[in-house]
Design a protein. Sequence first.
Length: 145
Amino acid sequence: MPARHVGLTLHYGFVPRMMDAATRTIDVTRHRVMATHCALSGTVATVAAGLGLVAAHPSGHLPAGIGWVLGGGAAAFFLVCGLGGLASAGPRWLLRWPLPCLLAALVLAWAAPHLGGMWLVVGVTITLTAAVVSETYRARRPIPV
């Protein structure tokens, strides 16, 4: 199974670039791979915790802390993905989805008390989906050698 078809797993997160392009273009040390895996696992756990907190407040306005757990966890995820892919993709790649998604997640976290739980979850879901679609589309194009 090619590395880009790994999908949503905790095997270095769901960013195909970290799994296929990074190993072809740069030498990735085990320490960096394990640190990235640990950081991505922590961000996924934070997003999951935020979803649980939103589920506990199904209606009305959310406390600001809950929005920061969910939106901040998503922002941390995009930060780790961006830093992890930077070495193999270069700084221009950050503008494709890691940086815009990070900023969108921070705006969602900041606006969470005014959005409500459902709209916060929809916003974070759209942001995560946009990242997956963007990277999947990029992975289909041949990588210049």
